[in-house]
Design a binder for this molecule. Sequence first.
Ligand code: AP5
Length: 208
Amino acid sequence: MNIVLLGAPGSGKGTQAARISEIYGIPHISTGDIFTENIKNQTSVGMLAKSYIDKGQLVPDEVTVRIVEERLSREDCAKGYLLDGFPRTIPQAEALDKVASIDAAVNLDIPLEKLMRRLTGRRGCPKCGGNFHIDFIGDVTGCPKCGEKLVTRADDNEETVSSRLKAYTEQTTPLIGYYESQGKLRTVQADGAIEDVLRSVLEVLKAL
Ligand code: AP5
């Protein structure tokens, strides 16, 4: 099964993708995570991506498409994959359609005004990859899973989040119509508890 997970920044794509990929045994491919890894390793792609990510802008399509095409050509994608955060523009979706057959685009739908709090309260663990929110873990400094010091993403400040939400509205929301016209759009309300959202996504996938 080849799935695209659509949704605004902070809608819960990463949170849900981690669970879905484990349940279905398919790789979770996040372009955001690939860029983060490249930034950490100071690659040329990472340095280029950082200059856009720091401003809350999308990385240029040609760079992003190349990375995803390479990733999808690997053996672990043969039995399916879950794309998180790609495509994010119509040209990216068109490029994807040339190299892949997408079964469904699941849109995590949530009012945009809820997302500032979700993003500015997010904390991540650099060691185990855990993704948390201060509303659930409180104001702790150590990772609840492994004890490592938690970090706040550089682009989770109010100014950059505003730019990311603007980029989403202008460049990514047209994908809703794109996949709807292909009969592949499935919308899930993403405003509930994490496990309730997961249940809704799994119901949608089971019905495919
Ligand atoms: P990326 O890392 O993909 O960021 P994003 O799309 O902005 O999404 P996030 O990871 O911030 O949020 P999410 O939806 O995964 O939410 P999460 O599950 O973490 O991309 C970063 C940047 O890279 C982009 O800005 C862009 O510059 C670039 N980029 C990436 N892909 C690109 C592309 N295709 N083209 C061009 N550029 C690209 O949840 C958020 C928080 O809420 C967490 O704290 C979580 O614990 C909490 N939470 C989750 N679900 C719930 C719930 N149901 N209830 C309460 N809290 C919840």
